[in-house]
Design a protein around this ligand. Structure first.
Ligand SMILES: [Zn+2]
Length: 175
């Protein structure tokens, strides 16, 4: 059935937000296991996950394959499969992400007009950015922040088995 416009996270309630963040953290853990910077995100549409991304930078050798970009591609694919106009779907999406989106992803999310975002560690995404769409309608942070930071620490503590050692730190800082 045609669902009503998706609830933003204000309507979703704290418990729901934390549940989504737990799922996003699970995705981030997958990234860690694969030797990627542990960032995970979900794009939720009307209470349904239609995009689920983690960093795939090392795996794909593509520096732009951040969790958010992967999830955006999944949503576009979902729209195609469900014959939905992405311009109607994206403004209803809520992003749950474990780490603040980098400037590339923040700009991409805003260009796609995502409704709101919610994360562990966020600050820039609601700031004004020239030529990158409107600021998110809602943005809140601090959810499961400790776990998200612990994952990052774990990543930077360990040697990445999938990447040349000398490159890991330098590369991942910017990716
Ligand atoms: Zn990014």
């Amino acid at each position: 059935p045609e669902a009503a416009p998706g609830p933003g996270m204000a309507e979703a309630g704290e418990a729901a937000v934390l549940a989504w963040m737990d799922q996003a953290l699970d995705v981030a853990k997958e990234a860690l296991e694969k030797g990627e910077v542990p960032v995970g995100c979900l794009l939720v549409y009307n209470g349904e996950v239609i995009g689920r991304g983690r960093n795939e930078v090392n795996e794909t050798k593509n520096a732009t394959r951040h969790a958010e970009m992967v999830a955006i591609d999944q949503v576009l694919e979902w729209c195609k499969q469900h014959k939905r106009d992405y311009r109607e779907v994206f403004p209803q999406l809520v992003l749950y992400v474990t780490v603040e989106p980098c400037i590339m992803c923040a700009a991409a999310l805003r260009l796609m007009s995502i409704l709101s975002c919610c994360g562990s560690v966020l600050s820039i995404s609601s700031d004004d950015m020239v030529d990158s769409g409107d600021p998110f309608e809602q943005c809140s942070s601090g959810y499961r922040a400790e776990e998200a930071v612990e994952l990052l620490k774990a990543f930077y503590r360990q040697e990445n088995p999938n990447a040349p050692k000398s490159k890991v730190r330098k590369k991942d800082r910017r990716q």
